[in-house]
Design a protein around this ligand. Sequence first.
Ligand code: GAL
Length: 652
Amino acid sequence: MPNHPYFYGADWNPEQWPESVRAADLDLMRQAGVTAATVGVFSWSRLEPAPGAYDFSWLDRVLDGLHAAGIGAVLATPTASPPPWFTLAHPDALAQRRDGVRLVHGSRDTYCVNAPAYRAASRGVAAALASRYAHHPAVVLWHVHNEYGTWCFCDHCAAAFRGWLRARHGDLAALNEAWCTDFWSQRYGDWAQVLPPRATQYLTNPAHELDYRRFLSDSLLAAYAEQRDVIKAVAPEAQVTTNFVLGGWVPVDHARWSGQVDMVAIDHYPSSLDGAPAQSAFAADAARGWSAAAGHGGEWLLMEHAPAHVTENGVQRRKPPGMLARIALAHIARGSRGAMYFQWRAGRGGAEQWHSALVDHPGPGTRLFREATALGTRLADLERKGTFLTPSVEEGAPLNPSQVAVWFDEVCGWAIGASHLPAPVDYQGIVEGWHRALWRRGHAVDVVPPAARLGGYRVLVVPAAYLLTDTSARRLAEYVRDGGHLVVTYLSGIVDEHARVRTGGHPGALRDLLGVRVEEFDPLSAGESLVLDSGDVAAAWTEHLTAPDAAVLAAYPDGRPAVTRREHGAGVAYYVSCGLDDAATARLLAAVCAAAGAEPLVPDLPEGVEAVATPQGLWLFNHTDLVHVIGGRDVAPGEAALAASPGAPSPD
Ligand code: GAL
C-alpha cells in the first residue's frame, strides 16, 4: 500500500498548458486540499518526441513543483497513446479491427498489444521514466498505462493467440472438442487455420469468442506486468497499479488482474444521474471484493470519476450541489483510499474539451471549485481525526457486518455476451439489479468474484451465472451444506468453462443442489409480464421446470414452479426461474435475509438514503432532497455523515 495518507486530486495535464497556468494550478491544488495528481497519462509525444530522444525537462519541473507544494505524484506511463511517429515507423503495431481495418493515430489506444514494436517501445519509455523518477520524492504511486482494454485482431494477435491456445488446450483435438468445431464444419486440421474471431458471414462461435477475450486479457496483463517489472527493477519498493475500467466491452478479467497490482484502482463513470449512487455502490463493492480476494485487505482507490456531470445517453447531466462530496465519501466509506477525478483542469481543445473538471473553463471562481475545496478540507479533517476510512479486512472474513454478498464474474458476462441466447441478456445489469435491491434494503453488500472465500456470508446471491465451472458449482454446494443461504437466478449453471451446454436439464451444474430441472426457457417480450400465484410480477425471463426435490414457493399462472427452496446440509438453496420486478425482488430478499439472520444496517432505511458500515462506524448518505429521521435524528438533505451507530448518529 502506498506510503501516502489518502488520495485527493485528479488527472492533471500540465503538458497542455504554459508554465504560468501550471504554477497557478499548483496554487489552486494547495487551496483545494489536493494531495495527489496523476501526471503523464497521455504525454508520450512530449516525453519522447522522436524515437529514443527523451525530453524530461518539463516533467522534471512538474514533479519538482508538486513536491514543493506537498502534493504526491501518481506517475503514469504514457503507453495508452503512442505518438504519431510511432505509427509511421511501425504500421504493423496499430490495432486492426475485426473487419480488417487498420486504425491510424488521431485518437488514443491505437496500438496492438501483441505487436513486438509496441511492447518494446512501451518498455523503453517505462524504463526511461523509471530510471529518472523512481526515487523522485514526489512519486507516491505508479500508474501504468490507462484503462487497459484495447481490442486487436491482427496477425501478431493471431500468432500469439495460437500460442496461448496451445498452452490452454494442449493439442488441436482438444481445441476442436472444447470449441465444438464440428458445428458448421469449422474443424481445424492445422494450427495455422486458427484465427482471431474476425468479421465473418454470420454468427461466430461463442467458445472462440470467449477464449479470445481470455487471451486478450492475458495479453494486456502481460503488457502491464512487463512495465511494472521494469519499474520495480529500478525501485523494488515502488507501488504500481493501473486503472481498471468497468464495463462488459473490456477484455480484462479484473478479478484475475487484481493479484498483479499493488493496489486495485478503478475508474467509474455511472450511466445515469439518478442511478449514480447505486451504480457507484456496486462499482465500489466490486473493487473491494477484487481487492480482498487478491489479498489486498479490501483497500482500493477510486482513480477517476467525473467531477461535475454524469453522462446519460449522451447528455451531460450536472451533479447537483453536494453530490461531489457525497459520492466521493460513499466510495471512501467502502474502502477507497481517496477520491481522484478526471480531470483537474478542463482542456481548451482536444476530443474531451467539454469533459468537466475541478477547474472548469470559467476558472476556479465557481460553485464546483468551492465544493471541491470544501471536500479537500473535509478529507484533511477526517485524516487529522484519525478517522480516515480504511478498512482492514482479516483474510477470509466477510467484509461487512451484513454478511450478504452478490457473485460477480466478468468472464461469465463475456460468455453471455458472446452467445446467441434465447433472448438478449444484460449480465451486469442483472447482477447490479440484485446488488441494488440489497443496497436499498440497507444491507452492506459484498460483491465477490468466484475465487472469493464464501464462508461467513449468511446470504449469497448468484445472478445469471450462465458460465459456471465445476469448481464453482462444487464450492456453491459446499457453501450451502455448511449453512449458507444461496439464491440462484435463472440462466445459471448452464454452460461449462468452454461455453458448452451442460445437458440433461438446466441448470446443469446446480440441478442437484437446487432440486429442480428446467426443460425449457421461455423468455418474455419487452413489456410483457406474468403474475405469479404469490402476487409477484415476473418479467423478462421465465422457464418451464419441475421441482422433483424442492418446495415450491411461488408458481406461474398455470401452476408450474417459479420460485423454489431446497434444504441441503445446514443451509438452503433457492431458485428463482424468472425475472422479478423490484417489489418482488425486495420481498424475496426480505424473506431470505430474515430466515438467514442477515440484518440490514438500518431497519426500514428510507428510499434514497444509503448506509455504509466502516470500521469507524456507520455512514449515512442522504441522496434525496428531503429530511429523513433515522435513529431519532434528522438526516439533512444531501448529508453525508458518520454516525456512531444507527441508534445514536452524530455528525463526524
Ligand atoms: C476515462 C479515461 C480518461 C477520460 C475519461 C473521460 O475512461 O481514463 O482518460 O477519457 O474517461 O470520462
